[in-house]
Ligand binder design. Structure first.
Ligand SMILES: [Zn+2]
Length: 230
């Protein structure tokens, strides 16, 4: 039986269904995630990226099941459990284009100064839906971020595990600009898939040359849409 304790105790997230206005009157209720995927961890209060997925959950059953699928031994605490897996790639099922979303936030000393989806304000309510003034292209956004403080992206992906569908929904949130810039294309590909889509979520090693100096390698999250899940 899939663990549902978290689902019973947490808030549900309501996601507007894609498509017509009539669809939006009947939103799809997505249960809260049973676990979260992470591309790093904190060591001595400092962030450290990881070459393989780390998965946290409030359910020891979920962490143990993930360890069986992706390798690694679950560490079970009083309230939380986590597993440092041995996998950098996982097959996942997404339920459509609404399963990946990007929000941009610029923080000030008193809280959020700018909160948008890259084109329109998401909050506060009085300006919600109006153009926010952020640049259209990824190139322009990077240029702006270099000269002044610009909103930072956070991309959230909601998915099931293809090899353990009934375990429940998982979530992965990332500040990666690369993933944020690709999110629109990913949503377009998901729109062309009828029903749920089989995808691959991976931590890919990339190497870039910084201003003619030494090569810098880092891991970046990538989501590849493979095709319909049937
Ligand atoms: Zn904006």
């Amino acid at each position: 039986m899939p663990p549902t304790a978290l689902a019973r105790t947490s808030h549900s997230t309501i996601v507007s269904a894609p498509g017509s206005g009539a669809d939006r009157l009947h939103p799809t209720v997505v249960p809260p995630p049973v676990g979260r995927f992470h591309a790093g961890r904190r060591v001595d209060n400092r962030p450290e990226s990881l070459p393989q997925w780390r998965v946290s959950s409030t359910s020891s059953e979920v962490a143990i099941a993930v360890g069986r699928l992706l390798g690694g031994t679950a560490a079970v605490g009083d309230q939380t459990a986590e597993v440092l897996t041995t996998s950098h790639v996982v097959r996942v099922i997404l339920d459509g284009p609404h399963s990946i979303s990007t929000e941009m936030r610029l923080w000030g000393p008193k809280g959020v100064l700018h909160h948008c989806d890259g084109a329109r304000f998401l909050t506060p309510a009085k300006v919600q839906g109006t153009p926010c003034g952020c640049p259209d292209s990824a190139k322009e956004r990077v240029a702006l971020a270099k000269v002044l403080r610009a909103p930072q992206p956070e991309t959230t992906v909601t998915f099931r595990l293809a090899d353990h569908y009934s375990l429940g929904w998982f979530e992965f949130s990332s500040p990666s600009r690369m993933l944020a810039d690709e999110a629109g294309d990913i949503r377009t590909k998901l729109s062309s898939v009828v029903g749920e889509a089989l995808c691959e979520l991976s931590l890919d090693l990339v190497t870039v040359t910084v201003a003619g100096s030494a090569d810098v390698s880092f891991r970046r999250p990538r989501l590849n849409v493979i095709g319909p899940w049937s």
